[in-house]
Design a protein around this ligand. Structure first.
Ligand code: ZN
Length: 220
């Protein structure tokens, strides 16, 4: 029995370690493990083709009209194939979503995230990159992009430079690097997010969505 308990503890620590690293408050650790599981379990239902479409009823809409209490912020790409509420099988009022092509951060996006963390008391932020991201591929390709697309490509250029020289596919590596850099940017963002992370009431994690099998995996 004792061996089994140790084993369960070991598995729990290994699985949730990316989440607990940034945390010091016990309640935040507990709630965020629960919230990460809620996202991953919803994604499993979706990827298995067995979504339960929770919190999408008439009653839920009426209830949430009185005030929102989302359990997670998801920062994701605008790509039409990566809608967070659908791929995590969630409903109205569950997720606070910030979407920009290439899941890059600008001031308006950062302000939206700060609002969710500071005023809605959301304690978990997931930065979600995805396979074959067009914005990342454009930055990898290089050259001059037309119109305001240029600002997206410019924002991703340092990420591509950072990922160069590593074994494997450059676009895939750049996408992962981008997720990690956005996670770090959020954790270090002064004055609001850094303070909450330091206090132990906010954690920021990165993840990757696979277009082919529909599954989300955490990026350590
Ligand atoms: Zn994308």
């Amino acid at each position: 029995m004792k061996v089994f308990t140790v084993f369960v503890f070991f598995v729990a620590v290994v699985i949730v370690s990316p989440v607990t690293v940034a945390l010091s408050g016990e309640s935040a650790v507990f709630s965020n493990e629960r919230f990460v599981q809620r996202l991953l379990e919803g994604n499993k239902r979706f990827a298995d083709g067995k979504p339960s479409h929770p919190n999408q009823t008439f009653e839920r809409r009426e209830h949430e009209a009185k005030g929102q209490h989302p359990f997670a912020v998801v920062v994701s790409c605008s790509d039409s194939r990566v809608p967070p509420e659908i791929i995590f099988d969630q409903g109205i009022g569950d997720l606070f979503v910030v979407r920009v092509a290439g899941n890059i951060l600008d001031d308006a996006g950062l302000g939206s995230i700060e609002y969710a963390a500071e005023h809605l008391h959301v304690s978990l932020i997931m930065v979600l990159g995805h396979e074959r991201c067009g914005a990342v591929e454009a930055a990898v390709k290089g050259g001059e992009a037309p119109g305001h697309i240029k600002s997206l490509v410019e924002a991703l250029r340092p990420v591509v430079e950072n990922a160069k020289g590593r074994p494997g596919d450059l676009a895939e590596n750049a996408m992962r690097t981008n997720v990690k850099m956005v996670v770090d940017h959020l954790k270090e963002s002064k004055p609001i997010l850094e303070h909450l992370v330091h206090k132990g009431t906010l954690s920021v994690i990165g993840a990757r969505y696979d277009l082919d099998d529909g599954r989300v995996t955490l990026i350590p």
